[in-house]
Design a protein around this ligand. Structure first.
Ligand code: ADP
Ligand code: MG
Length: 397
Protein backbone atom coordinates (compact mmCIF):
# COMPACT_ATOMS: atom_id res chain seq x y z
CA UNK A 1 0.00 0.00 0.00
CA UNK A 2 1.36 3.40 -0.90
CA UNK A 3 1.35 6.31 1.54
CA UNK A 4 -1.44 7.95 -0.49
CA UNK A 5 -3.59 4.79 -0.32
CA UNK A 6 -3.06 4.64 3.44
CA UNK A 7 -4.31 8.19 3.74
CA UNK A 8 -7.44 7.55 1.67
CA UNK A 9 -8.47 4.30 3.30
CA UNK A 10 -10.90 4.28 6.21
CA UNK A 11 -8.65 3.59 9.14
CA UNK A 12 -9.73 3.38 12.72
CA UNK A 13 -7.46 5.92 14.31
CA UNK A 14 -6.05 5.85 17.83
CA UNK A 15 -7.27 6.38 20.52
CA UNK A 16 -10.32 4.43 19.28
CA UNK A 17 -11.67 1.77 21.64
CA UNK A 18 -11.12 -1.81 20.45
CA UNK A 19 -13.15 -4.75 21.72
CA UNK A 20 -11.47 -8.01 22.72
CA UNK A 21 -13.49 -11.14 23.45
CA UNK A 22 -11.41 -13.19 25.86
CA UNK A 23 -9.13 -12.24 28.70
CA UNK A 24 -6.30 -14.80 28.60
CA UNK A 25 -2.63 -14.22 27.88
CA UNK A 26 -3.24 -13.79 24.16
CA UNK A 27 -5.67 -11.01 25.00
CA UNK A 28 -3.15 -9.50 27.39
CA UNK A 29 -0.48 -9.28 24.68
CA UNK A 30 -3.11 -7.76 22.39
CA UNK A 31 -3.87 -5.08 25.01
CA UNK A 32 -0.15 -4.33 25.35
CA UNK A 33 0.25 -3.99 21.57
CA UNK A 34 -2.89 -1.85 21.25
CA UNK A 35 -1.76 0.45 24.06
CA UNK A 36 1.66 0.90 22.49
CA UNK A 37 -0.09 1.94 19.29
CA UNK A 38 -2.30 4.44 21.13
CA UNK A 39 -5.57 2.48 21.17
CA UNK A 40 -7.81 1.67 24.11
CA UNK A 41 -9.22 -1.77 24.77
CA UNK A 42 -12.37 -3.16 26.36
CA UNK A 43 -11.99 -6.81 27.35
CA UNK A 44 -14.95 -9.14 27.82
CA UNK A 45 -14.19 -12.08 30.10
CA UNK A 46 -16.14 -13.67 32.95
CA UNK A 47 -13.03 -14.02 35.14
CA UNK A 48 -12.45 -10.94 37.29
CA UNK A 49 -8.74 -11.81 37.48
CA UNK A 50 -8.27 -12.47 33.79
CA UNK A 51 -4.74 -11.55 32.58
CA UNK A 52 -6.05 -9.20 29.87
CA UNK A 53 -8.94 -7.80 31.91
CA UNK A 54 -6.52 -6.64 34.57
CA UNK A 55 -4.64 -4.34 32.21
CA UNK A 56 -7.50 -3.31 29.91
CA UNK A 57 -8.97 0.20 29.91
CA UNK A 58 -12.36 -1.37 30.55
CA UNK A 59 -13.03 -4.93 31.70
CA UNK A 60 -16.58 -6.15 31.32
CA UNK A 61 -16.87 -9.14 33.57
CA UNK A 62 -19.58 -11.23 31.92
CA UNK A 63 -20.10 -14.33 29.82
CA UNK A 64 -19.37 -14.29 26.10
CA UNK A 65 -23.04 -14.65 25.24
CA UNK A 66 -24.30 -12.03 27.71
CA UNK A 67 -26.59 -9.88 25.58
CA UNK A 68 -26.36 -6.71 27.65
CA UNK A 69 -22.54 -6.97 27.84
CA UNK A 70 -22.36 -7.40 24.06
CA UNK A 71 -24.68 -4.41 23.57
CA UNK A 72 -22.54 -2.31 25.88
CA UNK A 73 -19.46 -3.26 23.93
CA UNK A 74 -21.14 -2.58 20.60
CA UNK A 75 -21.99 0.92 21.84
CA UNK A 76 -18.42 1.75 22.88
CA UNK A 77 -16.04 -0.28 20.69
CA UNK A 78 -15.39 0.36 17.04
CA UNK A 79 -13.96 -3.00 16.05
CA UNK A 80 -13.82 -6.44 17.59
CA UNK A 81 -11.51 -9.38 17.72
CA UNK A 82 -11.01 -12.49 19.82
CA UNK A 83 -8.24 -14.42 21.48
CA UNK A 84 -10.31 -17.41 22.44
CA UNK A 85 -11.53 -19.80 19.79
CA UNK A 86 -14.44 -21.05 21.85
CA UNK A 87 -16.11 -17.66 21.95
CA UNK A 88 -19.67 -18.28 20.67
CA UNK A 89 -19.71 -17.62 16.94
CA UNK A 90 -23.23 -16.23 17.47
CA UNK A 91 -21.78 -13.41 19.62
CA UNK A 92 -19.38 -12.43 16.83
CA UNK A 93 -22.22 -12.55 14.34
CA UNK A 94 -24.33 -10.25 16.51
CA UNK A 95 -21.50 -7.73 16.84
CA UNK A 96 -20.87 -7.85 13.10
CA UNK A 97 -24.28 -6.23 12.47
CA UNK A 98 -22.92 -2.93 13.74
CA UNK A 99 -19.11 -3.18 13.85
CA UNK A 100 -16.04 -4.57 12.15
CA UNK A 101 -15.36 -8.08 13.47
CA UNK A 102 -12.26 -10.03 12.55
CA UNK A 103 -11.92 -12.91 12.33
CA UNK A 104 -15.45 -13.51 11.06
CA UNK A 105 -18.00 -15.60 12.93
CA UNK A 106 -17.83 -18.10 10.08
CA UNK A 107 -14.05 -18.62 10.33
CA UNK A 108 -14.29 -19.00 14.10
CA UNK A 109 -17.20 -21.44 13.79
CA UNK A 110 -15.08 -23.65 11.53
CA UNK A 111 -11.95 -23.47 13.69
CA UNK A 112 -13.81 -24.27 16.90
CA UNK A 113 -15.27 -27.51 15.65
CA UNK A 114 -12.83 -30.27 14.64
CA UNK A 115 -15.35 -31.88 12.31
CA UNK A 116 -16.02 -28.67 10.36
CA UNK A 117 -12.32 -27.81 10.51
CA UNK A 118 -11.05 -31.14 9.15
CA UNK A 119 -13.72 -31.27 6.46
CA UNK A 120 -12.94 -27.70 5.46
CA UNK A 121 -9.21 -28.38 5.18
CA UNK A 122 -9.81 -31.58 3.22
CA UNK A 123 -12.37 -29.98 0.89
CA UNK A 124 -9.94 -27.11 0.29
CA UNK A 125 -7.63 -29.74 -1.21
CA UNK A 126 -5.08 -29.59 1.60
CA UNK A 127 -3.57 -32.73 3.13
CA UNK A 128 -4.84 -33.90 6.55
CA UNK A 129 -4.29 -37.03 8.63
CA UNK A 130 -6.79 -39.81 7.81
CA UNK A 131 -9.84 -39.48 10.08
CA UNK A 132 -13.42 -40.54 10.64
CA UNK A 133 -16.23 -38.50 12.18
CA UNK A 134 -17.74 -40.27 15.20
CA UNK A 135 -21.31 -39.23 15.90
CA UNK A 136 -22.40 -42.42 17.65
CA UNK A 137 -20.83 -45.58 19.05
CA UNK A 138 -21.68 -47.36 15.77
CA UNK A 139 -19.34 -45.06 13.87
CA UNK A 140 -16.27 -46.41 15.67
CA UNK A 141 -14.56 -48.71 13.15
CA UNK A 142 -13.63 -52.28 14.06
CA UNK A 143 -10.09 -53.44 14.73
CA UNK A 144 -9.39 -54.05 11.04
CA UNK A 145 -9.48 -50.32 10.34
CA UNK A 146 -6.24 -48.74 9.20
CA UNK A 147 -7.03 -45.78 11.47
CA UNK A 148 -5.72 -47.70 14.51
CA UNK A 149 -3.66 -46.88 16.49
CA UNK A 150 -5.57 -43.61 16.61
CA UNK A 151 -6.38 -40.56 18.67
CA UNK A 152 -9.97 -39.88 19.59
CA UNK A 153 -10.50 -36.12 19.83
CA UNK A 154 -13.67 -34.35 20.95
CA UNK A 155 -14.98 -32.03 18.25
CA UNK A 156 -15.56 -29.08 20.57
CA UNK A 157 -13.69 -27.39 23.42
CA UNK A 158 -10.49 -29.46 23.36
CA UNK A 159 -7.17 -27.66 23.86
CA UNK A 160 -3.62 -28.37 25.01
CA UNK A 161 -4.19 -32.11 24.51
CA UNK A 162 -7.38 -32.07 26.62
CA UNK A 163 -10.33 -34.02 25.24
CA UNK A 164 -7.99 -36.48 23.51
CA UNK A 165 -7.35 -40.18 24.08
CA UNK A 166 -4.86 -42.48 22.39
CA UNK A 167 -6.59 -45.72 21.44
CA UNK A 168 -5.18 -48.93 19.96
CA UNK A 169 -8.41 -50.65 18.96
CA UNK A 170 -12.21 -50.46 18.87
CA UNK A 171 -12.63 -51.48 22.52
CA UNK A 172 -10.33 -48.71 23.71
CA UNK A 173 -12.02 -46.25 21.39
CA UNK A 174 -15.44 -47.23 22.79
CA UNK A 175 -14.20 -46.75 26.34
CA UNK A 176 -12.77 -43.31 25.52
CA UNK A 177 -15.95 -42.33 23.66
CA UNK A 178 -17.99 -43.14 26.78
CA UNK A 179 -15.54 -41.13 28.89
CA UNK A 180 -16.12 -38.21 26.52
CA UNK A 181 -19.88 -38.63 27.21
CA UNK A 182 -20.41 -39.68 23.60
CA UNK A 183 -19.87 -36.13 22.40
CA UNK A 184 -19.18 -35.87 18.66
CA UNK A 185 -15.55 -36.80 18.05
CA UNK A 186 -12.97 -37.23 15.36
CA UNK A 187 -11.00 -40.48 15.26
CA UNK A 188 -7.64 -39.63 13.73
CA UNK A 189 -4.90 -41.99 12.64
CA UNK A 190 -1.86 -41.76 14.89
CA UNK A 191 1.02 -40.67 12.71
CA UNK A 192 4.75 -41.26 13.23
CA UNK A 193 5.64 -37.57 13.41
CA UNK A 194 9.13 -36.52 12.42
CA UNK A 195 8.48 -32.93 13.32
CA UNK A 196 5.74 -30.40 13.99
CA UNK A 197 5.85 -26.94 12.46
CA UNK A 198 3.49 -23.98 12.38
CA UNK A 199 2.89 -20.80 10.46
CA UNK A 200 1.22 -17.73 11.90
CA UNK A 201 0.03 -15.18 9.37
CA UNK A 202 -2.03 -12.04 9.15
CA UNK A 203 -4.42 -11.40 6.28
CA UNK A 204 -6.11 -8.05 5.80
CA UNK A 205 -9.50 -7.17 4.35
CA UNK A 206 -7.94 -6.60 0.92
CA UNK A 207 -6.44 -10.09 0.91
CA UNK A 208 -2.83 -9.09 1.55
CA UNK A 209 -0.94 -11.63 3.61
CA UNK A 210 2.10 -11.23 5.86
CA UNK A 211 3.31 -14.61 7.11
CA UNK A 212 5.77 -15.04 9.94
CA UNK A 213 8.61 -17.52 9.41
CA UNK A 214 7.81 -21.22 9.84
CA UNK A 215 8.48 -22.32 13.42
CA UNK A 216 9.38 -25.77 14.71
CA UNK A 217 7.44 -26.99 17.71
CA UNK A 218 7.88 -29.68 20.33
CA UNK A 219 5.15 -30.70 22.73
CA UNK A 220 5.20 -32.26 26.15
CA UNK A 221 2.04 -34.07 27.32
CA UNK A 222 0.11 -32.54 24.42
CA UNK A 223 1.12 -28.96 25.39
CA UNK A 224 3.50 -26.81 23.39
CA UNK A 225 6.88 -26.80 25.13
CA UNK A 226 9.45 -25.25 22.78
CA UNK A 227 9.18 -23.29 19.52
CA UNK A 228 12.26 -22.65 17.43
CA UNK A 229 12.26 -20.01 14.70
CA UNK A 230 13.17 -20.42 12.01
CA UNK A 231 12.44 -24.16 11.94
CA UNK A 232 15.54 -26.33 11.56
CA UNK A 233 14.30 -28.12 8.50
CA UNK A 234 14.62 -27.88 4.73
CA UNK A 235 13.85 -24.64 2.94
CA UNK A 236 11.44 -26.57 0.72
CA UNK A 237 9.43 -27.82 3.66
CA UNK A 238 9.33 -24.39 5.28
CA UNK A 239 8.18 -22.82 2.02
CA UNK A 240 5.51 -25.52 1.59
CA UNK A 241 4.16 -24.77 5.05
CA UNK A 242 3.97 -21.07 4.16
CA UNK A 243 2.17 -21.84 0.90
CA UNK A 244 -0.34 -24.18 2.54
CA UNK A 245 -1.09 -21.70 5.34
CA UNK A 246 -1.67 -18.92 2.80
CA UNK A 247 -3.90 -21.13 0.69
CA UNK A 248 -5.97 -22.03 3.72
CA UNK A 249 -6.36 -18.36 4.73
CA UNK A 250 -7.48 -17.53 1.20
CA UNK A 251 -9.98 -20.40 1.01
CA UNK A 252 -11.44 -19.28 4.34
CA UNK A 253 -11.44 -15.67 3.13
CA UNK A 254 -9.86 -15.13 6.50
CA UNK A 255 -9.31 -11.63 7.89
CA UNK A 256 -7.17 -11.46 11.02
CA UNK A 257 -4.31 -13.43 12.53
CA UNK A 258 -4.36 -17.17 11.88
CA UNK A 259 -2.23 -19.96 13.35
CA UNK A 260 -1.78 -23.12 11.28
CA UNK A 261 -0.24 -26.24 12.84
CA UNK A 262 1.34 -28.92 10.67
CA UNK A 263 2.59 -32.47 11.05
CA UNK A 264 5.71 -33.53 9.16
CA UNK A 265 5.81 -37.23 8.28
CA UNK A 266 8.77 -38.03 6.03
CA UNK A 267 8.45 -35.66 3.11
CA UNK A 268 4.74 -35.12 3.71
CA UNK A 269 3.31 -32.05 5.30
CA UNK A 270 -0.20 -32.40 6.74
CA UNK A 271 -2.37 -29.70 8.27
CA UNK A 272 -3.15 -30.57 11.89
CA UNK A 273 -5.38 -27.74 13.02
CA UNK A 274 -5.97 -24.01 12.75
CA UNK A 275 -6.43 -21.33 15.39
CA UNK A 276 -8.44 -18.20 14.51
CA UNK A 277 -6.20 -15.94 16.61
CA UNK A 278 -2.56 -15.37 17.48
CA UNK A 279 -0.89 -18.63 18.43
CA UNK A 280 1.38 -19.78 21.24
CA UNK A 281 3.95 -20.87 18.65
CA UNK A 282 3.98 -17.25 17.42
CA UNK A 283 5.08 -15.79 20.74
CA UNK A 284 8.64 -15.64 19.46
CA UNK A 285 7.48 -12.79 17.18
CA UNK A 286 7.25 -10.48 20.22
CA UNK A 287 11.01 -10.44 20.65
CA UNK A 288 12.35 -11.60 17.31
CA UNK A 289 10.25 -9.99 14.55
CA UNK A 290 9.89 -6.45 13.31
CA UNK A 291 6.13 -6.62 13.91
CA UNK A 292 4.69 -9.10 16.37
CA UNK A 293 1.55 -11.19 15.91
CA UNK A 294 -0.49 -9.01 18.31
CA UNK A 295 0.44 -5.73 16.62
CA UNK A 296 -0.58 -7.42 13.39
CA UNK A 297 -3.96 -8.26 14.96
CA UNK A 298 -4.44 -4.57 15.85
CA UNK A 299 -3.35 -3.52 12.37
CA UNK A 300 -5.83 -5.80 10.62
CA UNK A 301 -8.84 -4.80 12.72
CA UNK A 302 -8.13 -1.08 12.45
CA UNK A 303 -7.46 -1.17 8.71
CA UNK A 304 -3.82 -0.19 9.07
CA UNK A 305 -1.38 -1.72 6.59
CA UNK A 306 0.31 -4.91 7.77
CA UNK A 307 3.73 -4.54 9.36
CA UNK A 308 6.81 -6.46 8.30
CA UNK A 309 6.84 -10.01 9.67
CA UNK A 310 10.60 -10.33 9.14
CA UNK A 311 12.71 -12.06 11.74
CA UNK A 312 15.61 -9.98 13.05
CA UNK A 313 17.03 -12.68 15.37
CA UNK A 314 16.92 -16.41 15.72
CA UNK A 315 14.56 -17.31 18.52
CA UNK A 316 13.78 -20.13 20.93
CA UNK A 317 10.57 -19.81 22.92
CA UNK A 318 9.88 -21.97 25.98
CA UNK A 319 6.53 -22.19 27.77
CA UNK A 320 6.43 -21.93 31.56
CA UNK A 321 3.61 -24.03 33.01
CA UNK A 322 2.24 -24.10 36.54
CA UNK A 323 4.18 -27.37 36.95
CA UNK A 324 7.34 -25.31 37.56
CA UNK A 325 5.88 -24.13 40.88
CA UNK A 326 5.03 -27.65 41.98
CA UNK A 327 8.29 -29.34 41.06
CA UNK A 328 9.90 -26.82 43.41
CA UNK A 329 7.82 -28.09 46.32
CA UNK A 330 9.61 -30.17 48.90
CA UNK A 331 6.34 -31.29 50.42
CA UNK A 332 2.72 -31.13 49.35
CA UNK A 333 1.99 -28.82 52.27
CA UNK A 334 4.49 -26.17 51.26
CA UNK A 335 2.72 -22.96 50.36
CA UNK A 336 2.47 -22.07 46.69
CA UNK A 337 3.75 -18.55 47.32
CA UNK A 338 7.05 -19.95 48.52
CA UNK A 339 7.48 -21.91 45.32
CA UNK A 340 8.02 -19.14 42.81
CA UNK A 341 10.48 -20.36 40.16
CA UNK A 342 13.94 -18.76 40.13
CA UNK A 343 13.21 -15.80 37.90
CA UNK A 344 16.53 -14.19 38.76
CA UNK A 345 18.31 -17.14 37.18
CA UNK A 346 16.37 -16.48 33.98
CA UNK A 347 17.16 -12.77 34.12
CA UNK A 348 20.82 -13.74 34.42
CA UNK A 349 20.83 -14.58 30.69
CA UNK A 350 21.38 -11.32 28.84
CA UNK A 351 19.49 -12.35 25.71
CA UNK A 352 16.51 -13.98 27.44
CA UNK A 353 13.18 -12.15 27.49
CA UNK A 354 10.77 -13.29 30.21
CA UNK A 355 7.02 -12.80 29.89
CA UNK A 356 4.74 -13.66 32.83
CA UNK A 357 0.99 -13.51 32.36
CA UNK A 358 -0.05 -12.27 35.81
CA UNK A 359 -2.05 -15.40 36.69
CA UNK A 360 -2.46 -15.75 40.43
CA UNK A 361 -2.86 -19.45 40.70
CA UNK A 362 -0.33 -21.88 39.22
CA UNK A 363 -1.93 -25.16 38.21
CA UNK A 364 -0.46 -28.24 36.55
CA UNK A 365 -0.55 -27.76 32.79
CA UNK A 366 -1.62 -24.09 33.07
CA UNK A 367 0.35 -21.66 30.93
CA UNK A 368 1.80 -19.10 33.35
CA UNK A 369 4.34 -17.41 31.10
CA UNK A 370 7.05 -18.01 28.54
CA UNK A 371 10.52 -16.86 27.73
CA UNK A 372 12.27 -16.31 24.45
CA UNK A 373 16.00 -16.45 23.93
CA UNK A 374 17.11 -14.45 20.89
CA UNK A 375 20.45 -14.17 19.17
CA UNK A 376 22.42 -14.29 15.96
CA UNK A 377 23.62 -17.82 16.68
CA UNK A 378 20.71 -20.30 16.64
CA UNK A 379 22.61 -23.09 18.43
CA UNK A 380 23.74 -20.77 21.21
CA UNK A 381 20.16 -19.51 21.67
CA UNK A 382 18.89 -23.08 21.98
CA UNK A 383 21.64 -23.93 24.43
CA UNK A 384 20.80 -20.95 26.65
CA UNK A 385 17.09 -21.78 26.44
CA UNK A 386 17.70 -25.36 27.59
CA UNK A 387 19.84 -24.16 30.51
CA UNK A 388 17.17 -21.63 31.55
CA UNK A 389 14.51 -24.30 31.14
CA UNK A 390 16.27 -26.43 33.75
CA UNK A 391 16.80 -23.47 36.05
CA UNK A 392 13.06 -22.78 36.00
CA UNK A 393 12.25 -26.41 36.82
CA UNK A 394 10.58 -27.09 33.51
CA UNK A 395 10.02 -30.83 33.10
CA UNK A 396 12.64 -32.80 31.24
CA UNK A 397 11.85 -35.22 28.43
P1 ADP B 1 -4.77 -29.34 20.70
O1 ADP B 1 -6.02 -28.63 20.35
O2 ADP B 1 -4.77 -29.88 22.08
O3 ADP B 1 -3.52 -28.54 20.35
P2 ADP B 1 -3.87 -31.20 18.63
O4 ADP B 1 -4.76 -31.94 17.72
O5 ADP B 1 -3.00 -30.15 18.03
O6 ADP B 1 -4.81 -30.62 19.78
O7 ADP B 1 -2.98 -32.26 19.41
C1 ADP B 1 -2.00 -31.90 20.35
C2 ADP B 1 -0.70 -32.61 20.04
O8 ADP B 1 -0.89 -34.05 20.08
C3 ADP B 1 -0.16 -32.35 18.65
O9 ADP B 1 0.56 -31.14 18.58
C4 ADP B 1 0.71 -33.59 18.43
O10 ADP B 1 1.94 -33.47 19.15
C5 ADP B 1 -0.11 -34.69 19.07
N1 ADP B 1 -0.98 -35.30 18.05
C6 ADP B 1 -2.24 -34.90 17.74
N2 ADP B 1 -2.76 -35.64 16.72
C7 ADP B 1 -1.82 -36.51 16.37
C8 ADP B 1 -1.74 -37.55 15.37
N3 ADP B 1 -2.76 -37.81 14.57
N4 ADP B 1 -0.60 -38.28 15.29
C9 ADP B 1 0.44 -38.03 16.13
N5 ADP B 1 0.44 -37.07 17.09
C10 ADP B 1 -0.68 -36.31 17.21
MG1 MG C 1 -2.72 -28.17 18.53
Amino acid sequence: MTQAQVEHKKILTAPAMLGMLGGGQLGRFFVIAAHEMGYQVTVLDPDKNSPAGKIADVHICANFDDVSALEKMAATCQAFTTEFENVPAASLEKLAHTSTVCPSANSVAIAQNRVLEKNFIKDAGLPVAPFAVINTMQDLPDDASSLYPAILKVARFGYDGKGQARVKNQAEAQKAFVEFRQEICVLEKMLPLDLEVSVVLARDAEGRIAAFPTAENSHLNGILDISIAPARTSEVLKANAQALAKKLAEKLDYVGVLGVEFFVVGKDLLVNEIAPRPHNSGHYTIDACITNQFEQQVRVMTGLPLGSPDLHSNAVMVNILGDSWFSNAKSAREKIDTLEPSWNMAFGHANLKLHLYGKHEPRQGRKMGHFTVIGKDADAALNTALIARNQLNIATY
